[in-house]
Design a binder for this molecule. Structure first.
Ligand code: MN
Length: 317
């Protein structure tokens, strides 16, 4: 039976895909993202479709559910996700063979737990890389499994993966498919030729970024933020550093794009549910927001930044 994997192209998505390919070595892996998921799903024909780490967007929720139900009549569909469902849809609306949906657990952990009896025990490493990559490594499952291994080696590998894919050489789907295949075969990110070196280049840039943010970050109420950095990458660390250098609980990295403003949020204070905060504040200014409680973002209309920052500050109080 032909198997196709549709997964996100970040660390957690890559690891989810690798675990699935470990179970089904002939599976084809394709990367997608929430905005293109509906289109990619419609174009996927396979006896078995595995979807991992792809959020269902509010605007496409009904159509995605209908497409899944239709495809599910002739295909086995396994869907693993850990993103908040939009309010317009419920878990029971997702009619597939298996819909494994849990918040605060990485998609990699969900995929691993589903297949763990059918793949080598050591594939747990991949699940842990995905969990650490998405800041979801404090689940009981992940914590107990990390204790079985040398966590420093795990962190070396996950850092190689997360940082390595930030450079152009590996920030493309073919290179990421190669990483997936390498891990699915039981090798590690550091076994991918050039990936460690790429990670070193990225980590150097990250420290340079810190210096830049130290100089340019501004504060507004409880928010530390930086706007229009010279590079579009590293938005997560940039947002976090903006909070750190201004000593605020919340950090934002803000970019003016052609038709909207792109906001990435990170926090130092763990009480804030960032996805809810971003969604609520963005919707007040006619935008949209979401993500995870630890890492979230928003897209707001051009010209609404001041009002958006005010809304975020109001909700932080
Ligand atoms: Mn994820």
């Amino acid at each position: 039976m032909k198997t196709v994997v549709l997964c996100h192209a970040d660390c957690d998505g890559i690891c989810s895909g690798a675990i699935a390919q470990s179970r089904f070595p002939d599976a084809e892996v394709f990367f997608t993202k929430p905005v293109s998921f509906l289109h990619d799903l419609r174009n996927t024909e396979a006896g078995r479709i595995i979807i991992a780490d792809i959020a269902i967007t509010k605007s496409h929720a009904k159509e995605i559910a209908a497409t899944l139900e239709e495809k599910g009549k002739k295909s086995e569909i396994l869907y693993f996700d850990h993103h908040q469902l939009p309010k317009t849809i419920e878990e029971s609306d997702i009619k597939v063979t298996k819909y494994e949906h849990k918040l605060n657990v990485s998609a990699s952990e969900l995929v691993y737990r589903h297949f763990q009896g059918e793949i080598p025990r050591e594939r747990i490493w991949i699940a842990l890389y995905g969990a650490i990559g998405d800041y979801e490594d404090d689940t009981e499952f992940a914590k107990s499994r990390i204790a079985n291994w040398d966590r420093r080696a795990l962190f070396f590998e996950v850092s190689t993966l997360i940082l390595g894919i930030k450079n152009r050489e590996f920030d493309n789907y073919d290179a990421k498919r190669h990483i997936v295949r390498t891990m699915a075969h039981g090798e590690n990110p550091s076994d991918v030729p050039g990936l460690v070196k790429s990670a070193k280049v990225a980590v150097t840039r990250e420290f340079e970024l810190y210096d830049f943010i130290k100089e340019h970050a501004k504060k507004r109420g409880n928010i530390g933020y930086v706007t229009n950095m010279p590079r579009f990458g590293f938005r997560g660390p940039a947002a976090l550093f903006a909070a750190t250098v201004t000593d605020r609980p919340l950090g934002l990295c803000i970019y003016d794009r052609e038709r909207h403003i792109d906001v990435t949020a990170r926090k130092r204070n763990s009480d804030i549910a960032l996805n809810k905060l971003m969604e609520a504040a963005a919707e007040r200014v006619g935008g949209s927001g979401g993500g995870h409680s630890e890492a979230a973002g928003a897209r707001i209309p051009t010209g609404t930044l001041d009002e958006f920052l005010l809304q975020v500050n109001n909700k932080l109080r």
